[in-house]
Design a protein around this ligand. Structure first.
Ligand SMILES: [Zn+2]
Length: 88
């Protein structure tokens, strides 16, 4: 996967599923390959992991839930800013 802003957006679209381990392994591999060559996406994934972990820690008795729409919007905003910063 070449590292273009378009691909970064595709990766972002799959990331929450990726974190929930819901992606087929082919897609997981594509994401991991992209992340390996794309520092901004890797950084973003690290912050996403922290966010998800925090959510789970807040609700230890519940089954891990997908990101809330609010959290997703926040992450999307952060993602767009990140893409703007790198000039994409
Ligand atoms: Zn990327």
């Amino acid at each position: 996967m070449p590292h273009t802003p378009e691909n970064c957006k595709e990766v972002f679209a799959m990331l929450s599923q990726y974190l929930d381990l819901e992606l087929p392994s082919d897609d997981c591999q594509a994401i991991e390959e992209h992340l390996a060559g794309c520092a901004p996406c890797m950084e973003f994934l690290e912050s996403l992991k922290k966010t998800v972990k925090l959510c789970h820690e807040c609700q230890p008795s519940t089954v891990p839930a997908p990101l809330t729409p609010e959290a997703r919007r926040e992450l999307e905003g952060a993602w767009k800013k990140m893409l703007e910063r790198r000039g994409g």
